[in-house]
Design a protein around this ligand. Structure first.
Ligand code: FES
Length: 137
């Protein structure tokens, strides 16, 4: 009998980019018990390790909007360094207080790097043509 794979098959970098993923960091840049802060499209996110997975969460704690980049990762929990609220890094849910949950983002690993599927801002719609002031056409 064969063992199940530890993680999903890896995709190629190009396949991930084609799906809209963004390069976040190298897997080796993510410490075992601390989040790694990355900037994606100007937003701070935290990449955390949990077993064989890499998870992406909002950087700012919903309690006081402070960065959790110096937080502690213990198992499946991220502990805010400011007032020690605990968050489930697999769901973003706060386990200490009924505050707002952190958003989580889909991740993938390819060629030793972590990629994040971060929602893009809505595409700009083309502005309607404007009639110049004073034009009688
Ligand atoms: S700022 Fe995170 S628990 Fe207060």
């Amino acid at each position: 009998m064969t063992s199940p794979p530890l993680s999903a098959p890896l995709e190629s970098v190009q396949a991930l980019l084609d799906k809209g993923f963004t390069l976040a960091c190298r897997t080796s840049d993510v410490p075992a018990m601390m989040p790694r802060r990355v900037l994606i499209q100007g937003y701070g996110l935290l990449i955390c390790r949990h077993r064989m997975r890499f998870l992406a969460l909002d950087e700012l704690c919903p309690h006081r909007q402070k960065s959790m980049m110096n937080g502690l990762v213990m198992g499946s929990e991220l502990i805010c360094p400011h007032h020690q609220y605990h968050f489930d890094i697999t769901t973003g849910r706060c386990l200490s207080h009924p505050c707002a949950a952190l958003s989580t983002y889909e991740t993938a690993v390819a060629e030793g790097a972590v990629f994040v599927l971060f929602p893009r801002p809505p595409a700009q719609t083309e502005a309607p043509p404007q009639t110049p002031l004073g034009s009688d056409d």
